[in-house]
Design a protein around this ligand. Sequence first.
Ligand SMILES: N[C@@H](CCC(=O)N[C@@H](CS)C(=O)NCC(=O)O)C(=O)O
Length: 297
Amino acid sequence: MALHGLLTLPISQVVISAACTCPPVTVGQPSRAHFVYSSPSANRKLILSSCSNNNPYTVAGAMQEVAAGEEEHELKLLGTWRGPFALRVRLALNFKGLSYEYQEEDLANKSKLLLESNPVNKKVPVLIHNGVPICESLAILEYVDEVYRGIGPCLLPADPYQRARARFWAAYIDNKLVAPWWKMFVGKTNKEKDEGRKQTLAAVEMLEGALGECSKGKTFFGGDNVGYIDVVLGGMVAWMLGTKALCGVELLHATKTPLLLGWMESFGGLEPAKVVLPEVDRLVEFAKMKRAQRTLI
Ligand SMILES: N[C@@H](CCC(=O)N[C@@H](CS)C(=O)NCC(=O)O)C(=O)O
């Protein structure tokens, strides 16, 4: 890895991202920067290639060098292209600019690797880091954020109160949005579907308020940059957009949820999201077919 030249850079051109400092501390030039990577496997620091300060996601280029030069950096993700839980992990890895191998799972015929990696729940996503599996999407997000601290944007805020709040909303999304959404979509009776619909709409309204509060007038839950809540909800973007076609319910309204509508457009327009978010029509067709067959989605 051609890092030696970079190591000789004058300190005035370097952005130092110490192991627990978020965001990176900038020293010198405002427009171009170099990053220091604190290796999770060894106590050594590497300065990575230059990134534009204007776009934290261009650190992806730098990560390619880590992948090439850090012999113990090996990430493999088991997921499905449409699952909101695997999608949030892919979003997080992309936003952090981490390279990883992706294995698409067939839930009707789960791979040996999945069954061995997640023997308890046998579900995706599973992230395998240097051969060690990590299960449960929220645990994976936190793991990635901790291990690759200083690489790309931090997902969880540095402040303990803000961190607790981000975790609160992530749990809310799982329990009060995703679970009722599912009930609305595959509920066995009309009563069950109707309950799911009411709960989902109530959750969307609550999340509109949460976005206003967390973003402090900026675009994302994380403020100017995408953070933990953004990627957690991000996994649901295509499902939310497909809700009208799948359940006959309009989830977002220009008058009732203008912030979430704006969030969705901005989030979906970012390159790290664009490359993984499923195409809504494809998702709708697939989900309808699976619902008709009553098989795992
Ligand atoms: N709480 C889990 C949920 C994961 C989950 O439900 N995954 C689904 C796909 S979206 C799955 O693997 N289902 C397979 C099964 O139920 O056997 C997480 O956050 O990772």
